[in-house]
Design a protein around this ligand. Structure first.
Ligand code: GZL
Length: 349
């Protein structure tokens, strides 16, 4: 009996000292150092954003990577500082979810000089021609990386705007009207979803003509910075200054801003979805519930579940695959008041 107890103790002791980290999908041991990924997120401004963070972190950790997460709380300066800390920590890879399009030239050159690959997710970035030239020269230097960024993984914001414009065009197609007036509620300036959703929406509604006159027009644009409180404030200010009864459609670039605007509309006695047609982008659960309740008319999906795409791209990159495209689009769709709501997948955000 005594021998059995000693053996059992010996087994438990060995097992307790195991150095392998077994995850759902992969196994590493002490001899292979774990890949460390610095994940710079722009904020936590919406349920959409929180799901985006959750999706990226969970999928990377499932692959056995160590994820260092930093939240910049909607500050560009903080986000650049976070990335600089990843560089000084000498992480293996940087995943950047950028607040805005511009301002990344210097920090991306620093990452390339340190030979740390950068994967841009969700919103996209723009750099100058001069920076691209510097990057090409840097690529020839010993010890530097080959490029500013490996790829961009995210939604097609322009297609989201197209889908919103198509809903509005179809909604009024069989109705007698002279002009349909649209109020646009936009996200923060200099952000690719703001710019491209507007472009896509305008591109589609411009196809509506009667007697050579464009019949659906964006007559005013207000900004809510993708934040509920600011969406409410912007709509309340608009109602105080202009005649909201002249507006036929609210095109809002994110559900959080839509929810805020709807509060202001309700306070002004305007019935959302009836007195004013509402089109919103994201497809958070709280907005799908409004669609089902008839309070909004169309919800364009913006997919926050980008983690699996990021995981696969990084895995392929680390395996030495050189065929990664420069743009990887995530799958998205659109939900509207004329569809069978039972077909809407459960929302995990
Ligand atoms: C779009 C994303 C936007 C969402 C908002 O991919 O960047 O930012 O539409 C979020 O919910 O604030």
């Amino acid at each position: 009996m005594k021998k059995l107890v000693v053996l059992l103790f010996f087994f438990l002791f060995l097992n307790g000292c195991s150095t392998t980290t077994t995850t759902a999908d992969s196994e590493t041991d002490a001899s292979t150092p774990r890949i460390v990924i610095g994940f710079s997120q722009l904020g936590t401004e919406s349920n959409w954003r929180k799901q985006h963070t959750e999706s990226v972190q969970t999928e990377l950790e499932k692959e056995g990577y160590e994820v260092l997460y930093r939240n910049a709380y909607l500050s560009l300066e903080q986000q650049i500082q976070d990335i600089r800390s990843f560089i000084s920590y000498n992480v293996d890879i940087i995943v950047l979810s950028p607040l805005q399009e511009s301002g990344w030239d210097d920090i991306l050159l620093e990452a390339q000089k340190a030979d740390i690959p950068v994967f841009v997710v969700d919103r996209s970035i723009e750099v100058s021609q001069e920076t691209l030239k510097k990057s090409a020269e840097l690529a020839l230097e010993e010890g530097a990386g080959k490029e500013l960024m490996v790829t961009h993984i995210g939604p097609s914001f322009k297609a989201e705007g197209n889908r919103a414009g198509l809903y509005v065009s179809n909604y009024f197609r069989n109705q007698e009207y002279n002009e349909i007036k649209v109020l646009e509620l936009t996200g923060n300036v200099n952000a690719s979803p703001t710019i491209l959703r507007s472009e896509g929406f305008s591109e589609t509604i411009q196809r509506n003509y009667q007697d050579n006159q464009q019949t659906i027009q964006v007559v005013d644009s207000i900004s809510g910075d993708f934040i509920r409180r600011k969406g409410k404030e912007a709509m309340a200010d608009y109602i105080a200054q202009k005649d909201i009864s002249q507006i036929d459609v609210l095109f809002s670039q994110s559900d959080e801003m839509t929810l805020g605007a709807m509060e202001a509309l309700g306070a002004a006695g305007v019935t959302p979805g009836k007195d004013i047609i509402i089109v919103s982008i994201d497809a958070q659960k709280n907005m799908i519930d409004k669609l089902k309740a008839g309070e909004v008319n169309c919800v364009v999906e913006c997919n926050p579940n980008q983690g699996i795409y990021v995981r696969n791209a990084i895995k392929r990159f680390l395996e030495g695959k050189t065929d990664l495209p420069k743009e990887i689009y995530v799958h998205e769709t659109v939900f509207s008041d004329d569809m069978d709501f039972s077909q809407i997948p459960p929302r995990n955000y």
